[in-house]
Design a protein around this ligand. Sequence first.
Ligand SMILES: [Zn+2]
Length: 358
Amino acid sequence: MSGDVLQRLSTLTLSVKHLGRLPRLADLFPCSLPSPRPTVTASQVPSLFREPYILAGYRPVDQSWCCYLLSLFQRHNESLNVWTHLLAGPVLLLHWWANASALGYTLDTAGLPLCLFMVSSLTYLFCSVAAHLLQSHSELTHYSLFFVDYVGVAVYQYGSALGHYFYSSEPVWRESHIGLLFLPGAAFLGWLSCAGCCFAKSRYRRPYPLRRKICQLIPTSLAYLLDISPVAHRLATMPWEQDPSLPLHALQVASFLLSALFFSCPIPERFFPGRCDFVGQSHQIFHLFLSLCTLCQLDALFQDYARRRDTVVEVFGEQQLWWACVSFPILLLFCILTAVITTRHMHKQLQDNQEKDK
Ligand SMILES: [Zn+2]
């Protein structure tokens, strides 16, 4: 018995010795990942990349793509803008899973608008993460990725409109003028907000004039006012006690209004220049409130879906539901085309500027 054990031990020792002679993984795959360069001050990056009252923590431009991907784990002034939306994605998926387990979900005609709302939410989160993570690569990348970010916002607006219309609207509101024009109006204003934001971003240079904010805020505000109108009507006319989704809808509206406030005003960095370079910027707070808005919206829409799923097809008709859902990729296509055209325009403009500088 002891001889057998000794034999086994010697075999094991030999195997360990052989393992030691095997080439190491690091030798087989030499670690050639570049490390991102240290962050710099605002004066060391082109004016396009500077944010008001943010004085340091900028990533240098013209590094490799890999450096910007790895900057996910670096401390810079976009870190929290990236992480707030990157973490919101899994949290949203967990909420979907929890709601689907508790209330049930079937991917059929009645469940399609809810699925599209979820797709639209994940799309805007992904586009935002890509824009904030990679935008410092070059001026053209900065422009093109923020145009992609605006595509994500437009798609999210329309996804919300579909959810609100099919699950949260009341018959009285649907028979009103707004109700009758709602879906084509939401699609048009979704595209217009994407086009308005792309135009404003490509047209105006720092220091940005008020017209830039107007071009961005008027179409996006109009789109929001229309998209939220079925929910606002229900909040104003229905008793809240018997309806578990109404407090959640109220919370999504409050979160959105707070997010819009922090998007429009550089608070608190305006009062503490240089103190919010890494934590506490208005854009980070905007991301947090927008993520909260999306979570409350998903929970509220799930409650409404659970209550109305058996009657949705009967009330709206299978054809209208399918048309509404087909319009979703069509809007996405129009927004992508707008972003591509504006990117090509910016590419030409940047090349012309380079020629002039020579
Ligand atoms: Zn953002």
